[in-house]
Design a protein around this ligand. Structure first.
Ligand code: FNR
Length: 364
């Protein structure tokens, strides 16, 4: 591609050209038939707008606040692993871009830079994403390190008792993650008889017995707010509120876990309108956000903010590091701002359910 990208999807092709096939496939792929991977994006396309006219949009204010932290737009960096496979500066570059864009960076448990490196590199508001291993002391240690280093919330990813079946990673014999945060704490020589070493590593370490009662345990080791990531159903949203979580992230892990899970945007409303949830805790969502219009649709259906996974990595990998991530976030913000103006919304609180129509409503 000779010219600069004009939308975030164009970064994907640049990333493909820049990366070894094994890494590109790891970042871009989904589980099994990748039906959910396609649906996460396609489901947004089936939602249309009901724009309002003749409303003063001379000034459009994108800013919002999540858990009391003011951010420039409801667009947050999702936790994704191993950023140094995409760029030598890894998560440090990503965090700097988040800081410049005045948004929140969620650092992955499987990051290639340490909690301390990211904390000292920038003043972005940072949340820490947690997986819970069979060895619980590791989670406790990392949570406390994150807390000590100024991270503001813990995101517990709850959809990964085992790793989803990612067939490209099997073929490529995807390497195990380099978990610098675990150095000196834990090591394993995960091996695989010819398949994905990453998959063998995850299945050996992750605690598949994790259950709702463990939220209480997590509370006992941290004072930070706890958000639960991976909710897709009304029943689990109700349960999450009952056990006292501080926020919910509607997510299917970027379609990398259970294929044929619903597209997240298609179940978002089911979660946000639940009486038990409504207004009490923030509901965020991720999966398939590629346009500012997608951000608007998610907010109209009840999300307080969205998280962006792959586009951030593609920006990082297109050999541009911090600059690439910043460009991706800015493009989404610019498109979102335009969508608000063209829909007649001058602030995020003006975005309502009446601004969008789902496929079902169009047929009525
Ligand atoms: C992820 N995701 C993820 N989630 C998590 O909780 N911990 C993690 O370490 C990772 N790692 C990870 C790596 C890669 C390469 C991808 C693509 C995704 C899931 C991520 O947080 C988010 O849910 C999705 O990426 C959102 O979908 P999009 O924006 O990629 O479509």
């Amino acid at each position: 591609m000779a010219t600069e990208p004009v939308n975030v999807s164009e970064f994907q092709e640049l990333a493909r050209l820049a990366l070894p096939k094994m890494y590109y496939d790891y970042y871009s792929g989904g589980a099994e038939d990748q039906q959910t991977l396609r649906e996460n994006v396609e489901a947004f396309r089936r939602i249309t707008f009901w724009p309002r006219i003749l409303i003063d949009v001379n000034r459009v204010d994108l800013s919002t606040s999540i858990l009391g932290y003011n951010i420039s737009a409801p667009i947050i960096v999702a936790p994704t692993g191993s950023h140094q496979l995409a760029h030598p500066q890894g998560e440090v570059a990503t965090a700097k871009a988040a800081a410049t864009c005045n948004t929140i960076m969620v650092l992955s448990f499987t990051s290639s830079c340490t909690i301390e490196e990211v904390a000292t590199s920038c003043n972005a508001v940072r949340f820490y994403q947690l997986y819970i291993y069979k060895r619980r002391d590791i989670a406790a240690t990392l949570v406390q390190r994150a807390e000590k280093n100024g991270f503001k919330a813990i995101i517990l990813t709850a959809d990964t008792p085992r790793l989803g079946r990612r067939e490209a990673d099997k073929k490529n014999k995807m390497i195990a993650p380099q978990l610098k945060n675990l150095e000196g704490l834990f090591s394993t020589k995960a091996t695989s008889d010819g398949g994905s070493i990453l998959e063998a590593y995850v299945n050996e370490t992750m605690d598949p017995s994790l259950s709702w009662k463990d939220i209480e345990w997590l509370r006992s080791v941290t004072k930070l707010p706890i958000l639960i990531k991976g909710v897709l159903t009304r029943a689990d949203a109700v349960k999450a509120v009952q056990v006292g979580v501080d926020g919910i992230i509607v997510s299917n892990h970027g379609a990398r876990q259970l294929d044929y899970s619903p597209a997240t945007i298609s179940v978002l409303e089911e979660v946000t309108v639940v009486h038990a949830v409504e207004g009490r805790v923030p509901v965020l969502m991720d999966g398939g956000i590629r346009r500012g219009t997608d951000v608007f649709k998610a907010l109209a259906l009840g999300a307080q903010a969205v998280l962006v996974g792959r586009p951030v990595i593609y920006g990082l990998a297109a050999n541009k590091g911090e600059y690439g991530v910043r460009r991706v976030l800015e493009m989404l913000k610019d498109e979102f701002e335009l969508t608000m103006a063209l829909s007649g919304c001058s602030s995020v609180k003006d975005i309502t359910r009446r601004h969008v129509r789902t496929e079902h409503e169009r047929l009525l």
